[in-house]
Design a protein around this ligand. Structure first.
Ligand code: SF4
Length: 373
């Protein structure tokens, strides 16, 4: 069996890493719509992009970012917007708590800070949805503060520079200490973005392109011949699978029934088609019908709608039924009848848009689904 080369444990040359990283960034950094020359960054746009990039890829975030700044070009515009409009614009980006926090934080910036973002990480952290990473990123990029900005890309790059072989929760302290050591006083925002870009484009999770990496001479993982194995990844947690039954409820006039979800919890404040609870135990049809919004001749639509949330996978069966407009609906929900061609006007989460496509795909009289795609 071939032995792996020994891991070198030389202390990183901080000045050389900074210099090489910035030189690489100046030549190869990504051109992204929220990036501006040093000293001209708009804190609102930096913050908006960083919130969108939590849990979302750059490619997926760009069209949302551009739509948001076109519609709400300043933090004051966003603060004055209706929450429903913000949730609707966020539709499809997922993790809707971010949209709630975005709106709440904009209002706080306007109400408590005269429309100006706090200019340091500690004060930024007082805003809803702004954690350690986002605060450090906004402080470094928008206000040139010397901050260690550590996202998953940076953990990977630094974990490899150190050839961190211990479990990631143990290696974390070493990685963060190196991030703090590396954070420069000159161009701290560019340094942070350079580290992110290197992780995203060169030091990729499974196949790092070490041959073009400006830090290969400083990287302890590179000479091992297996850089992709650093830092050691924690085992993947198993996600539970939940089941639910959705009621595709058509009125006599062809409109479909929606309801608003509670303002807290999963998919807070978004619209949905009525459904049973989502639980791990499968639903029997009779048991599910007891949670229907009204009495109807419910018919099972063939097939299953599948969706993955962060912490669980979901399988939804869909029952279709027609009810009279006069039918009294179950209490305690904010019901809304909606013409099928107006579904796109509502903040429907991706899972509910899948339900609509599924139901309409089985309805020969269905209208096109362009509005909810
Ligand atoms: Fe990542 Fe390879 Fe560069 Fe090391 S040399 S930082 S493993 S890309």
């Amino acid at each position: 069996m071939r032995e792996s080369p020994q891991i070198q444990t030389v202390a990183p040359d901080v000045a050389r890493i900074r210099r090489r990283l910035l030189a690489w960034y100046d030549a190869h950094g990504r051109a992204l719509p929220w990036r501006t020359p040093v000293g001209r960054a708009d804190p609102y746009r930096v913050w908006l992009s960083e919130v969108m990039l939590q849990q979302t890829t750059v490619a997926a975030a760009i069209p949302y970012y551009e739509a948001f700044v076109a519609r709400w070009p300043t933090v004051r515009d966003l603060a004055e917007a209706d929450l429903d409009a913000v949730l609707h614009a966020w539709q499809g980006l997922g993790y809707y708590a971010r949209a709630h926090n975005l709106h709440a934080a904009a209002r706080i910036v306007v109400r408590d800070h005269e429309g100006r973002f706090p200019d340091n990480a500690e004060s930024l952290r007082s805003l809803p949805g702004v954690g350690e990473y986002t605060a450090a990123a906004v402080a470094a990029i928008a206000f040139s503060r010397t901050e260690a900005v550590v996202d998953s890309n940076v953990v990977r790059v630094l974990g490899r520079l150190l050839a961190a072989d211990e479990p990631l929760d143990v290696a974390d302290a070493r990685i963060r200490a190196l991030a703090r050591e590396l954070a420069p006083s000159r161009r701290p925002g560019d340094h942070a973005q350079a580290m992110m870009d290197l992780g995203a484009t060169v030091c990729a999770p499974r196949a790092p392109i070490c041959g073009v990496c400006p830090l290969s001479g400083d990287c302890a993982a590179f000479p091992t011949g297996r850089p992709e194995s650093f830092p050691r990844r924690p085992p993947k947690a198993l996600r539970p699978r939940r089941q639910g039954v959705v009621f595709w409820t058509l009125g006599g006039d062809g409109r479909v029934l929606l309801r608003k979800r509670p303002l807290t919890g999963l998919l807070a404040g978004l619209m949905e088609f009525p459904s049973t609870d989502w639980r791990e135990k499968p639903w029997g049809i009779i048991e599910a019908r007891a949670q229907a919004p009204a009495k109807a001749a419910w018919r099972l639509i063939e097939g299953t709608v599948r969706h993955s949330f962060t912490h669980f996978d979901l399988d939804l069966a869909v029952l279709s039924g027609r009810v009279d407009a006069e039918t009294s609906l179950g209490c305690c929900s904010q019901w809304r009848w909606c013409a099928l061609e107006r579904l796109g006007d509502h903040a429907l989460p991706t899972v509910m848009r899948k339900v609509a496509r599924h139901a309409l795909g089985h309805d020969p009289s269905a209208v096109g689904l362009g509005q909810v795609s």
